[in-house]
Each structure stands twice: as C-alpha cells, then as structure tokens.
Design a protein around this ligand. Structure first.
Ligand SMILES: *Cc1c(COP(=O)(O)O)cnc(C)c1O
Length: 348
C-alpha cells in the first residue's frame, strides 16, 4: 500500500540504511560527549575532503538553527540580511534569524524561479547608505531553491562577485544542497568557497539522516565562538556522535550524493508523467527533487478528498510534490495513475 502522504515533503522519508548503519556502529560502547569524539572527527574530516578545503564544521539539530546561527555570526544587530522573498529564512523560520542576531533585519528581494534578482540586491544595498537604514551585511541564497531550481556554478560566480563588490558576506541555505550537487554534477567547491560562499548550512535530514545539519564555515574567522552560539541556543548535542555519524557514513560511502541523485531522478520522472495528464502543467523547471505543478482547483480538492496529502502554499503557492531517497519508481507510477484516474472520473 502506498503512503498517501509520501510526496508532501522530503522529510516525510525515514532514515536511509547507510545512516542507520553508521548510527548502529556509533552505538558500540562509550564515546566522548559534546563533539569530542571519533565520529565527529571523522565527519568533519569527511566534509573537509568533500569540499577540498580546511573548513570549520559544526553539527546542529535542524536547518532553522543552522541558518539563523550562521547568519547571526555574520551580522551585528544593526545590520541586515538580504534574501529572496520566498526564502525559508524569511517564510518558515519564525523570525529565528532576527531573534538569534538580536534584531538584524531581514530585507527581501524578488527574483524569477526562486533565485535572487541581482539588480534588486544591488538596489537594496545602494539605495540608502545613511545611518537610519539597517546596513546590509549578508546575502543568503537557497541551493537548491524553494521552488526546486538550482543556481549554476556560473550564476554562483556572478553572485559571489556581486557580494564581494557590495561587501556582503555570502550564506547558502543548503537544506537541499546535495540535490543541487547531484543536479549540477560539479565539485562541491565549485558552488561554494571557490565562488565566494562564506558559510553553508548543509542539510542532512531531508537527504536520509534522522536529524542534523552541518554548518560549514569556509571563512574560518567567521566561525569564531560559533560553538558558544550553538551552546547558548540549545544546539550543542551532548551525544554529538549521533548527529555526526550519519555524515561520516554517508560521505565516506558516497551515499549522500547517491540519495540526492535518486530523489532528483524520481522528481524528473514524476514531472514527465504528470504533465501528460490533461490540465496539468509544470510551474518551475525540475532541477532538484521538487515538482511544482499547476493543478485545476477541482483536481486538488478531489485528490485531497481521496486522501492524498500535499501542500499548496509552499514556495510559489502551487501544488508541490517532493521526492526523497525513499521514493521508488512504483510509487511515482501508482500516484500518477491515481491522479489520471481521478482527473478522468471527475471530468476535470
Ligand atoms: C527544510 C528546510 C530547512 C530546514 O528546516 P528545519 O525544519 O528547521 O530543519 C531550511 N531551508 C529550506 C529551504 C528547507 O526546505
């Protein structure tokens, strides 16, 4: 039996076998607390290998903490953070960035396909330089974006140059960074520090871990006292090895990228099959693991009535279907058959 909620979000998935195995291994005997353990060391080293640079790594429980604490470390309270108007930081974190930074204001810019419009970023910085305006200090991007698109290395390079010119620190919300990498098939360094990214919140949860995101500082100076920030925010895990072990396991085996590649492939298939149905069209290009489609209102109602659970208010406000490491081809086909059947039955 198919789970009718499975396409609602990628965090509806369970823990992938590789992460589970690493947790089991980490559960042998004792381990030092608060990150002073072998697994955490291994995970940090695996991330340094992955990014081909000596970066500073911290593990926190979730993405909201990772984003807001990272952004807080880039700004003072009278500064501002620029992000896309659909950014998770703005729409889904309950004001955590403002809270943890003691009031740093978030300034919004528009932009097609979930990507910040660079002219709007420039305008936001340059329109005012007087003392009454919250001085822009950081730019936060989401990769892959809230609407399932990705910034290419060339686009990232342009963003990086602009950030440097405007003296903005560059943060990336990478809740789905692995999906962006799997989509672009480039070296992780090519869309991060090589193009000027200072800090990345790297998501593990949506890609098959039970809990835990990595905050990766490429500019090590910015990581100063970040451990205190985490502790104060209640984000320092005492049994840290259970956050870090899945990172070690999934990076060392390559499963991290395999999971994302699989999820992206399922999203592509889902999109291809859905748009064959009358009245359904794609809203954004499917470059990651998200599928946004325009569905007739009556079809949305009929699907909900038939027990299918999915969101219609996230991102650009269309029906969103997410795939994960756990989505299999049969699930996709079963769902699409169901949509087709309901659509015909209701003569939508
Ligand atoms: C899921 C998600 C996060 C992290 O959310 P938490 O629930 O705090 O872990 C951050 N950014 C984006 C774009 C997300 O989709």
């Amino acid at each position: 039996m198919i789970d009718k909620s499975m396409f609602a979000s990628d965090n509806y998935s369970g823990v992938c076998p590789s992460a589970w195995r690493a947790l089991e291994e980490a559960n042998q005997g004792f381990g030092r607390a608060y990150g002073d353990d072998e697994w955490t060391r291994r995970a940090c080293d695996a991330l340094r290998d992955f990014f081909e640079i000596d970066c500073q790594v911290f593990f926190v429980f979730n993405g909201t903490a990772g984003n807001s604490l990272a952004l807080a470390s880039l700004c003072r309270s009278y500064h501002s953070i620029i992000c896309h108007e659909l950014a998770h930081v703005e729409t889904d974190e309950c004001g955590a960035s403002e809270f943890f930074s003691n009031g740093t204001k978030v300034l919004l810019v528009p932009g097609a396909e979930g990507k910040v419009d660079l002219e709007a970023v420039r305008h936001t910085v340059e329109r005012r330089t007087d003392i009454h305006y919250p001085k822009p200090k950081a730019l936060s991007l989401t990769q892959s974006t809230e609407v399932g698109t990705v910034y290419s290395p060339a686009e990232m390079a342009v963003v990086g140059e602009l950030a440097q010119e405007l003296e903005l620190k560059l943060h990336v919300d990478g809740a789905r960074f692995a999906n962006a990498l799997a989509s672009l098939k480039v070296a992780p360094a090519d869309i991060t520090w090589r193009v000027g990214v200072d800090v990345l919140t790297f998501g593990g949860t949506k890609n098959g871990m039970p809990v835990g995101e990595a905050v990766v500082f490429f500019d090590q100076e910015l990581a100063q006292e970040f451990d205190f920030r985490c502790k104060q925010a209640g984000q320092l895990a005492s049994k840290m090895r259970f956050l870090s072990a899945p990172w070690a396991g999934m990076l060392e085996t390559g499963v991290l990228l395999d999971n994302a590649t699989h999820a992206n492939g399922m999203a592509r298939l889902l999109a291809q099959l859905l748009i064959r149905i009358d009245g359904i069209s794609l809203v954004h290009p499917v470059e990651g693991n998200a599928v946004f489609v325009q569905l007739p209102e009556a079809l949305i109602d009929a699907l909900h009535a038939a027990g299918w659970h999915f969101y219609t208010f996230i991102g650009s406000g269309h029906a969103r279907f997410m795939c994960s490491w756990q989505t299999d081809e049969q699930d996709v086909r079963t769902f699409v058959t169901e949509v087709d059947k309901i659509s015909r039955l209701k003569k939508i």
